[in-house]
Design a protein around this ligand. Structure first.
Ligand SMILES: [Zn+2]
Length: 195
């Protein structure tokens, strides 16, 4: 645990926490452990095989509106990368365990409903669990205001990621088919995805 706490201390994307984070989080069909990531500092890893379609866990934290997100960013309680959007004007200020999931442009998980993290392919024990952050970032709340450099090293890495419109349309349709686009995103993109 001490090693983990030291590692967490250098997790610059994240705030500094004084809470205890469980090393292993039991959730859904298997278990997750937080460890050092090749993508970005700390990440969440499968400790058992997880089947495609299984619930990995629900991402949790304070539910806040955009005004409160801006307030917490201003007070440096969160970085702009941290909150998870779950509706047109609702966000989750993710708890440390939920915050440890990294982005990948070629993820093995996605967000279903509001905050359920679902395996979108079979995940082997030991694999880092990732989702595509852009799928949750509405164009309407803060158009083009959020960008993040990506180091996922996927063949299809977008290098600099931003809101959902930055995801290639074919990939968005794939996510839609897998039911890992939240309803406010589907509503927002309905014309774009149908035409
Ligand atoms: Zn990438």
């Amino acid at each position: 645990m001490r090693i983990f706490e030291r590692a967490f201390g250098v997790f610059s994307r994240k705030r500094s926490y004084d809470v205890n984070i469980p090393m292993v989080v039991r959730a859904g069909s298997g278990s997750i452990a937080i460890g050092v990531s090749d993508i970005h500092q700390l990440g969440s890893f499968a400790t058992t095989d997880i089947n495609k379609g299984d619930l990995i866990c629900a991402l949790r934290g304070d539910v806040i509106d955009f005004k409160e997100v801006l307030r917490r960013i201003k007070k440096r309680k969160v970085t702009p990368d941290d909150p998870l959007q779950i509706d047109a004007d609702l966000f989750i200020d993710l708890d440390p365990a939920s915050l440890a999931f990294n982005h990948s442009c070629n993820p093995n998980a996605g967000i279903r409903a509001r905050n359920d993290l679902i395996a979108i392919r079979d995940i082997d024990a030991g694999e880092e669990i990732t989702y595509d952050y852009s799928t949750t970032v509405s164009c309407s709340v803060a158009p083009d205001a959020w960008t993040m450099q990506c180091r996922c090293n996927s063949e299809n890495c977008r290098s600099s990621i931003c809101n959902v419109k930055s995801v290639p349309r074919a990939l968005l349709l794939k996510y839609l088919h897998m039911n890992v686009l939240q309803s406010y995103i589907v509503d927002e993109l309905s014309d774009y995805l149908e035409n």
